[in-house]
Write a protein that binds this ligand. Structure first.
Ligand code: K7E
Ligand code: CUA
Length: 663
């Protein structure tokens, strides 16, 4: 079956790769295993490409990945942390959805989740779309990650010291979002753009008042890096026409200070298929062009500082009229039901993909500035200046069907996902990037098929000022036949693609099923930019404040303190016991339970599960947690450690005895 020539290809590839890895094995390094490897490859029916793909992605035990991908978790409401090139899922970070392993919503993080409730309505999920790593000078700095919840217009802050969610803010004027989160080059602001226009502030207005009463928006959340929190008092929104705004991106370098966003219903369609109206999918796709939104951030900030705002639900909003009058907002025509808007690494070009147009359209920031200076515009029906399309477009490149999202590398290439072609296109940028690539500027180089129907793509550091150009992940919406079918609900498929070589060479390396929600965007950062703690810095650490809680339970200070009906329990956890092991209280007491994990060893996490009270904690080494409840149930409740922490883990238990009021 297998010719010698075939195998020599495999071994040559293997030797080259071993050499590249710096292991210096040489031919003899693999010689002992050659016969076995050859037999294995033959028995498994692996092609030479399969073998090189395996060699490029396999991680021997204990070796860490070179890159970390932060992926949205879609409907799971979480963020997934995945190592590249192995595509191993390392962690799911609990954000909008309670998650018991991390204790999130089961005694830990409850106040943060509650801050994201809408009018007191408990929300126990989110639809996360676009993670954004914090940036310094347009490069990932590894400190924070932000993520939006499309379903409820919320934004969360994750601290990458411990990969835990620290804040959820609910947008006070919108009930859904999509153009978030993206950050400005020094994380001054986190952008959250809306999607489906509604009356702002959750007011009521009938749909036939759509043009007058419904509005779009973009919110600029001010990030206070020293506090690690969004500062709502320094944040504001822009009122936008009720075109359905889509994705936003922040300018950088040449375009620093500008913000760009798409829209896809400049038709102002209002749907109503059941009444014989054109459905949204047709009504919102009539025109040849929608509007690229171009926002002058310094002017918007100046208007906010000067108090040229009104308040909606107590939140500062710059009205549409003020946006026009102050020269904050401009439009440029963009074909045709656009989706992605992506700023090139030097900030000089803005790439827009029209879902119904086979081209990507590239705008130049220089041309945009010139058109604004020349007042080369016509107002739209809301008075917003629409810049002349020919004046601002630098180039168009025909790529194929259904272009969505674009990323960049270090070789002067851009990559665009093609949903309908179910492929990723590699194409050449012009201008300053031409010297980097050997091909003709502004032209398609090659396409690689993916499986199937790609939404976003993420290249390593591919949306920063210095893309790294080694890997690209295709976040495919459909997997169809790629995996064992676990019933009719199939996983999504992340495909890892090697983009290190120029020209028409790109290699598909790995398929990773995602069976826990539909991710949208992801960002890939070099692992050495992250420096997470492996134990909390000091015993008694409160992850919410990121400092020692002076009220935390301490070793030797374990006790139960009663003041009237209020009971404070101070408890420590260490392999393999809780102290105290008996806690006796009375029915009707209000309990504040403080537990500190006093371990200093890496990975010495304890759990704390309390039956009948919906409590489970994850107590990482050093961590102190306080949770509260009313002891309204009498009885004996056996609490136990819910992490298998030691040989005597099962013995790590105790009794909560709640004496009935009658006794
Ligand atoms: Cu294209 Cu929400 Cu960015 Cu999905 S979005 S793919
Ligand atoms: Cu502590 Cu199991």
């Amino acid at each position: 079956m297998m010719s010698r020539m075939w195998w020599s290809l495999v071994t040559a590839a293997a030797v080259v790769l071993v050499g590249c890895g710096g292991n210096g094995g040489g031919p003899s390094g693999g010689a002992a295993g050659n016969g076995d490897a050859q037999a294995i490859a033959a028995a498994r029916g692996l092609t030479p490409d399969d073998v090189t793909a395996a060699l490029k992605t396999y991680m021997p035990t204990g070796r860490h990945d070179d890159y970390i991908m932060f992926s949205s978790g879609g409907h799971s409401g979480q963020v997934f942390v995945i190592g590249l090139p192995s595509m191993r899922l390392i962690r799911s970070i609990a954000v909008f959805t309670p998650e018991p392993w991390q204790g999130w919503g089961y005694g830990v993080g409850d106040e943060i989740l509650e801050a994201g409730y809408v009018n007191g309505n408990e929300l126990s999920w989110g639809d996360t779309h676009h993670p954004a790593l914090s940036e310094t000078n347009g490069d990932y700095d590894g400190e924070y990650c932000f993520i939006n919840d499309k379903a409820n217009a919320r934004v969360a802050v994750i601290d990458l010291k411990d990969f835990e969610t620290k804040q959820i803010v609910k947008n006070p004027i919108a009930n859904n979002d999509h153009g978030g989160t993206m950050v400005t080059p020094n994380t001054e602001y986190i952008i959250e753009g809306g999607q489906y226009a509604t009356p702002l502030g959750n007011e009521y207005a009938p749909i036939d008042e759509y043009n007058e009463s419904y509005r779009g928006m973009v919110t600029l959340w001010k990030f206070d890096r020293s506090a690690g929190r969004i500062d709502e008092s320094q944040s504001f929104a822009l009122e936008l026409p009720p075109y359905w705004q889509d994705i936003f991106d922040a300018g950088k370098l040449a375009s620093e200070g500008w913000i760009f966003g798409n829209s896809f219903n400049t038709e102002l369609a209002t749907g109503g298929i059941e009444s014989g109206n054109a459905p949204f999918e047709a009504g919102a796709s009539q025109r040849d062009a929608d509007y690229l939104h171009i926002i002058d951030l310094p002017k918007a900030e100046a208007a906010f500082r000067a108090g040229k705002t009104s308040k909606i639900n107590g939140f500062a909003v710059i009205s549409l009229d003020t946006c026009v009058k102050e020269g904050i907002l401009f439009f440029a025509p963009e074909p045709k039901s656009p989706h992605g808007v992506d700023v090139a690494p030097k900030g000089d070009f803005i790439v827009v993909s029209g879902k119904l147009d086979p081209h990507v359209t590239i705008y130049s920031i220089d041309r945009i500035k010139q058109a604004i200076a020349d007042k080369n515009w016509e107002p739209d029906q809301y008075g917003v200046p629409v810049l002349d399309q020919d004046a601002v477009v630098e180039a168009q490149v025909e790529l194929g069907l259904g272009p969505l999202h674009t990323q960049f590398d270090d070789k002067g290439y851009a990559y665009t996902s093609l949903f309908l072609d179910t492929a990723v296109a590699r194409w050449t940028l012009g201008g300053d990037y031409e010297s980097l690539n050997p091909d003709v500027a502004w032209s398609l180089v090659t396409k690689i098929p993916v499986h199937y129907n790609v939404g976003h793509i993420a290249a390593s550091e591919g949306d920063t000022v210095s893309p790294d150009g080694n890997y690209l992940v295709s976040l495919n919406k459909w997997s169809v036949d790629r995996f064992f079918p676990p019933g009719p609900l199939l996983p999504q498929n992340f495909q890892l693609i090697d983009i290190a070589e120029s020209g028409d060479k790109m290699q598909l390396l790995y398929d990773m099923p995602i069976g826990i929600g539909e991710p949208h965007y992801a960002q890939i950062v070099k692992a050495d930019k992250l420096s997470p703690w492996t134990v909390y810095p000091e015993i008694g650490w409160d992850p919410l404040t990121q400092k020692v809680d002076s009220n935390a339970a301490k070793a030797g200070g374990e006790r139960v303190v009663r003041q009237g009906r209020n009971v404070d329990i101070y408890m420590t956890a260490i392999r393999s016991h809780f102290t105290p092991e008996h806690v006796a209280i009375n029915q009707g007491d209000h309990v504040r339970w403080h537990i500190t994990n006093v371990e200093r060893a890496e990975d010495a996490t304890h759990g704390f599960a309390l039956p009948a009270h919906n409590v489970n904690l994850s107590l990482e080494p050093g961590e102190a947690v306080t949770f509260e409840f009313d002891a309204d149930q009498a009885g004996v409740f056996s609490y136990y450690c819910s992490e298998f922490c030691s040989a005597l883990h099962l013995e790590m238990a105790g009794y909560l005895m709640v004496k009935p009021t009658a006794l």
